[in-house]
Design a protein around this ligand. Structure first.
Ligand code: NAD
Length: 274
């Protein structure tokens, strides 16, 4: 459905890892606000095609681009394809991520490396290409632009595990902790270029990444103990926050992490006096 406000009308957005889960919801929601969306997938062509179909059938604009975000050449090719199709870029939602869980004592270098490669190096590669593009297209402008608004917006998908330690998932927690300091540092560096960079940190959101927990009634009950708001989040909860951060409504918000977690980061164990 196309939103009447069309806050992102005419803007071009790349959403990485958008053939499923939170990324899919972000792609569909940004398109409903008028953005032309690049739906990126790593391997699941069919699911990616479904997302593009859903957007175009609702009157939106989207293309599908395959790229593994941890491979530099594929990331560059994705950005090139975006520019050759739409002529510019305004928004990057750097969402792609994965978990490869293991106890620390058993963790292999392979599992450690895979998670760091996708969740952290992938963010670096995509954010760098986006920032380069924002700066290049600004320089190429022939008419003076007197707008005070930012010339490009980046939102990184982090996690509550950028501040909550997570035994059994140290590769994931280390990657998301890295995302936080990476985001803040590039935000500081890119602000003079009028590029805004922020993160969203979801708590428990119902997607395939944590299906093992929400599909098991006992585990689900345990999960709700960690959420003061007493419900699991939805991908749309996150997409709406992302839309705020990439719109001009948040033009003075820079270098922030927005927790979308139903209060998971409020130390729920202390709710009844600890
Ligand atoms: P998901 O598995 O549905 O989505 C992850 C997406 O990333 C998939 O589409 C997958 O194909 C893609 N991806 C994985 N490796 C890739 C690669 N190398 N290149 C390109 N794409 C790749 O799970 P999700 O929950 O929607 O996760 C999306 C993001 O949200 C991740 O960064 C995850 O860490 C973060 N997150 C999720 C939760 C949650 O509770 N679901 C909580 C906090 C953070």
């Amino acid at each position: 459905m196309i939103d009447a406000q069309q806050k992102l009308q005419g803007q071009v957005a790349i959403v990485t890892g958008s053939s499923s889960g939170i990324g899919k919801s972000c792609a569909i929601y940004l398109a409903s606000l008028g953005a032309k969306v690049v739906v990126n997938y790593a391997s699941n062509l069919e699911e990616g095609q479904k997302v593009v179909k859903e957007i175009t059938e609702s009157g939106g604009t989207a293309i599908l681009v395959k790229a593994d975000v941890s491979h530099e050449e594929e990331v560059k090719a994705m950005f090139n394809q975006t520019i050759s199709t739409f002529g510019k870029l305004d928004i990057l939602v750097s969402n792609a991520g994965l978990q490869q869980d293991s106890s620390f004592l058993e963790m292999t270098l392979e599992k450690w490396q895979k998670v760091i490669d996708v969740n952290l190096t992938g963010q670096f590669l995509c954010c760098r290409e986006a920032a380069r593009q924002f700066v290049a297209q600004e320089k190429a402008k022939t008419e003076p632009d007197h707008s005070e608004l930012s010339i490009g917006k980046i939102v990184l998908m982090s996690s509550v595990h950028d501040i909550i330690p997570w035994a059994g998932h140290v590769n994931y927690a280390a990657s998301k902790g890295g995302v936080m300091m990476f985001m803040k540092s590039i935000s500081q560096e890119l602000a003079p270029h009028k590029i805004r960079v922020n993160s969203v940190s979801p708590g428990a959101i119902k997607t395939t990444i944590n299906k093992e927990v929400w599909s098991d009634p006992e585990k689900y009950k345990g999960l709700l103990q960690l959420i003061p708001y007493k419900r699991i989040g939805t991908p749309l909860d996150v997409a709406k926050a992302v839309a705020f951060l990439v719109s001009d409504d948040s033009d003075y918000v820079n270098g922030e992490t927005l927790y979308i977690d139903g209060g998971m980061t409020l130390y729920p164990e202390f709710a009844d006096n600890g």
